[in-house]
Design a protein around this ligand. Structure first.
Ligand SMILES: Nc1ncnc2c1ncn2[C@@H]1O[C@H](COP(=O)(O)OP(=O)(O)O)[C@@H](O)[C@H]1O
Ligand SMILES: [Mg+2]
Length: 251
């Protein structure tokens, strides 16, 4: 691993409730290096989204801490971009204005914000769709707008919470390529939660697995497949072996 960008130390989250508190996360301890692509896989309800929200500074853990470049994280910061499972776009704003929104909120002059937004729309291959409303875009296109919105700040770290989970298999495959291309072009650090073992192996440098709730980071599998990854990677024996190892560790 390169120099760590993000370090999670014994993160723990219990949701308070008068009669039965719910322990969502028991212990998440791991690090993500600069420019690394790391995926987390775990069963439904094991605390993956809770973990990502903590890492984004959107939720405060009941135990443990997060450090970003050695500094404790205490709230949302600009260096982190977040993409949720559903695009969460503003329905009345076109693609361009959805992507511009974070910059507007930050008070960037309009023209400069528009220029930046057009750049990232081009990066996700949507240069011609700036004026389309979310309802006129396909699911894959909406997720790319959400990705563009997360990239518009040029964050160091991208947190992706099952970003392609709601898409059909072929669109999902295209989005994986798109993400690899962007990651390679922009040298981002990515931490992605996914349900899909093949997707995790294909994209990642390392895959972390989580136990059922209350979640803990269980195992780490280093993906020693060469980069840049080609479609053929899906058919080589080592790829299949890695997916088998992960499938077994999730059992
Ligand atoms: N804000 C909350 N209040 C109470 N319980 C929550 C809250 N958020 C998540 N949970 C519970 O925590 C557990 C883990 O949820 P989540 O992190 O969404 O899991 P995953 O993303 O792995 O499916 C679930 O049982 C869920 O119902
Ligand atoms: Mg989730």
């Amino acid at each position: 691993m390169s120099e760590p960008l993000l370090v999670a130390e014994h993160l723990q989250m219990t949701f308070a409730s008068p009669d039965n508190p719910l322990e969502a996360l028991a212990d998440a301890t791991f690090a993500v290096g600069v420019n690394e692509f790391v995926s987390i896989i775990g069963p439904s309800g094991c605390g993956k989204s809770t973990l990502l929200r903590i890492l984004a500074g959107l939720a405060t853990p009941t135990g443990g801490r997060v450090c970003l470049r050695g500094e404790p994280l205490t709230g949302p910061v600009r260096h982190i971009g977040f993409v949720f499972q559903h695009a969460n776009l503003m329905p009345w704003r076109d693609a361009l204005h959805n992507v511009m929104l974070p910059l507007e909120l930050q008070g960037m002059p309009r023209q400069q914000a528009e220029e930046r937004a057009r750049e990232v729309l081009e990066l996700v291959d949507l240069a011609d769709f700036g004026h389309a409303l979310p309802r006129d875009l396909s699911g894959g296109m909406r997720q790319r707008v959400a990705l563009a919105r997360a990239l518009v700040y040029d964050p160091d770290l991208l947190l992706l919470d099952e970003p392609f989970g709601a898409l059909d298999a072929l669109t999902r495959e295209r989005m994986n390529w798109e993400l690899l291309r962007i990651w390679q072009a922009r040298r981002k650090t990515v931490l992605m939660v996914t349900h899909n073992i093949q997707e995790a192996v294909f994209l990642s440098d390392r895959v972390l697995t989580m136990s059922p709730r209350p979640g803990r980071i269980d195992q780490e599998v280093v993906v020693d497949l060469p980069r840049p990854r080609q479609q053929e990677a899906l058919y080589i024996p080592r790829f299949m072996e890695l997916t088998r190892i992960l499938r077994e560790s999730l059992r």
